[in-house]
Write a protein that binds this ligand. Structure first.
Ligand code: GLC
Length: 623
């Protein structure tokens, strides 16, 4: 069912709520694919042998660089580890170092009394994106513009293989957020403002990550996140000054919650996603991490989810200033595993007390551990065969030309052409002089964006890849001179100028913005370039639609590259006509801040460019 529900309490919403009462509000059958419970005979046999301490240990996810020593893994019978966005191996950020780190931790886990292996998770959200040398794909907002589920599935499958090379077998991806207000710093992690697009592409990602089934040696466990309505929070409802909208409050009724934000989860469940991550955010004032209706009654009972729910990073702490009460609320609401980073000993301690005091029922503990162990059995980890370890045979594939070629294609298909006056594009490859302007033209970190090597991303050559400038230089004929300046100087006299502007990297709440206008210094550069009279192409490297102001008027051609990742050649391919642009906006593009948030289905819908907009050109004539 098409979701055109806006914030206005339109008649459509009334109909949706009525329809929701009958079955699923999107017409989907309630319940997910019940395949993990097939492992319950083996799970229950193991559960019977486990002490309470070992059960609570399974529910505990520590961050590896917070451990005092690897021996804490068997000592505490830890069930899981993660590397957060800034946690790299102690002996350097290489594929080999990641593999050693993983294998050492897993070997430690086998020294525990029952030798239950770890589930080891990482944010491989656009490639194995913590690892230097891995291919970095376009962020989801760009993939949303491809409308190509087969491509998204292939990207996830490649990411899974690059992960398994290092041993990592659990990614905290895909994001299923239906981002409704682009002032949110996580908009670029969302495929679209439209739930149907998110459902189709996120489900493709789940299929790609888990291709061949969870037991396949090249599959990884996917995580549908962040349940629920992380993209529906209202601006100004977060905890200032750090946050403006991230982790805020989704002030919407249940009809909109189900029609807009739940639909992708129904589809991901049907695709067999094995884990879910709860959202930091709230729904009508109640924190999701403590929300029993959402985490248990809706997700586990109504939708039939048989995998496990992991908390977000230290998110349990936000439920109550008293940590023990916070843990009680989270676990009884339906959190199965605590992503507790450095607080692992405290988490174990208070949860043991809560169970012994009867404040957390043993049935809840057993249900949580059963869900976690189902996944470990389903992935073959309990068989302790080659699948348990890093895979050296896959290490040669990490960052391989074949993988980069797929990323280059994804960049091409993600680009959206918003303007092409006088058929300026495609450019000839034999121009006399082509001038590139703007720091974003020659900055690999900027074109990758957040969640790349480090949590917030970085500037410059943070990994291996090709900048847009390098790609242009490689594309033009030997007779063409390519010049570059970060500030636009030196453009006079060139045949064409390509100005590359946009946002600098950010992650989560560090990207929350009250004003989405293009930086004034960049607008000034565009004005100066336009005055030179040289034909002007503007390329936007951005995690979301920006308020363009003069930039739209002054540019002869305007191409959105989103956050394309390491393969800048994909941008050059479209600039020079090796591939015509095919991208269609996955988000509405507002004229001004007064329109934000602007979404398909709003009662008054008049964006600068509507959802689905995108020009193309004839590769021969440019028309
Ligand atoms: C973060 C994010 C979540 C991520 C987790 C682990 O705070 O909200 O998306 O998977 O922590 O890095």
């Amino acid at each position: 069912m098409k979701c055109t529900v806006g914030r206005g309490r339109t008649l459509a919403l009334v109909l949706v709520v009525a329809f929701a009462a009958s079955c699923g509000s999107d017409g989907e059958p309630a319940g997910g694919r019940a395949e993990l419970s097939q492992f319950d005979p083996r799970v229950n046999a193991l559960l019977e042998r486990m002490t309470l301490e070992e059960k609570v240990g399974q529910m505990t996810q520590a961050e590896i660089d917070k451990l005092a020593s690897l021996e804490e893994i068997p000592e505490l019978a830890l069930g899981s580890l993660l590397n957060g966005g800034d946690a790299d191996p102690k002996d350097g950020n290489s594929v080999e170092a990641w593999a050693r780190m993983y294998d050492d931790a897993q070997r430690a886990a086998l020294r525990s009394r029952l030798g239950i292996p770890l589930l080891y998770g990482v944010d491989a959200v656009h490639g194995h994106s913590n690892v230097v040398g891995a291919v970095i794909f376009p962020h989801n907002i760009g993939l949303g513009c491809t409308r190509n589920p087969a491509l998204v599935e292939e990207i996830a499958h490649i990411t899974a293989k690059e992960m398994r090379a290092t041993g990592m077998h659990w990614t905290f991806a895909p994001v299923l957020a239906v981002a409704r207000d682009e002032r949110w710093g996580r908009t670029y992690e969302s495929f679209s403002e439209n739930p149907d697009v998110v459902a189709e592409l996120a489900t493709a990602a789940v299929r790609g990550f888990q291709r061949g089934g969870l037991a396949h040696p090249e599959a990884v466990l996917a995580t549908a996140k962040h349940f629920l309505a992380d993209g529906g929070t209202q601006f100004g409802t977060s905890t200032p000054p750090l946050m403006l909208i991230d982790q805020g409050d989704a002030r919407i009724d249940e009809g909109e919650l189900r029609a807009i934000h739940l639909l992708p989860y129904r589809r991901a469940l049907q695709a067999g996603v094995g884990s879910m991550m709860a959202s930091y955010s709230s729904w009508n004032g109640a924190k999701v991490h403590g929300h029993r209706y959402l985490l248990t009654e809706l997700l586990k009972n109504e939708l039939g989810f048989e995998g496990f729910v992991v908390s977000d990073y230290l998110a349990i702490d936000q439920l109550d200033p008293d940590y023990k009460e916070a843990v009680r609320r989270a676990i009884t609401a339906g959190i199965d595993m605590g992503m507790v980073a450095h607080r692992y000993r405290e988490f174990i301690q208070v949860l043991l007390e809560l169970v012994r005091e009867g404040a957390v029922p043993m049935e809840r503990i057993e249900d949580a551990v059963r869900r976690i162990l189902r996944v470990k059995f389903a992935m073959g980890l309990m068989d302790r065969d080659a699948r348990l370890w890093s895979n050296p045979a896959l290490q040669a594939l990490v960052g391989s030309p074949e993988h980069r070629a797929v990323a280059r294609r994804a960049v091409r298909e993600s680009l959206v052409l918003l303007k092409n006056q006088n058929r300026l594009l495609p450019l000839r490859k034999d121009l006399g002089r082509l001038h590139l302007a703007g720091v974003h033209a020659d900055n690999l970190g900027y074109q990758c964006g957040g969640w790349t090597i480090t949590w917030r991303g970085g500037s410059g050559r943070i990994t291996e890849g090709t900048t847009i400038l390098e790609a242009v230089r490689a594309a033009v004929s030997p007779t063409t001179t390519v010049t570059y300046s970060f500030d636009g100087s030196g453009a006079d006299g060139a045949d064409v100028v390509v100005a590359v502007i946009g946002e600098r990297p950010y992650a989560e709440y560090t990207g929350d913005r009250a004003d989405l206008s293009v930086e004034s210094r960049q607008v000034e550069m565009i004005r100066t370039l336009a005055r030179s009279g040289v034909p002007l192409v503007v390329v936007l490297v951005t995690g979301r639609p920006l308020i363009l102001g003069d930039v739209f008027e002054l540019a002869d051609a305007l191409l959105v590259a989103w956050l394309p990742g390491t393969e800048g050649q994909g941008v050059a391919d479209v600039l020079f006509g090796d591939a015509a642009p095919v991208g269609k906006l996955s988000f509405s593009w507002p004229r001004s801040m007064e329109q934000v948030p602007v979404n398909v289905g709003d009662p008054v819908y008049d964006p600068l460019f509507p959802f689905g907009f995108g020009l193309t050109y004839d590769r021969e004539t440019g028309g």
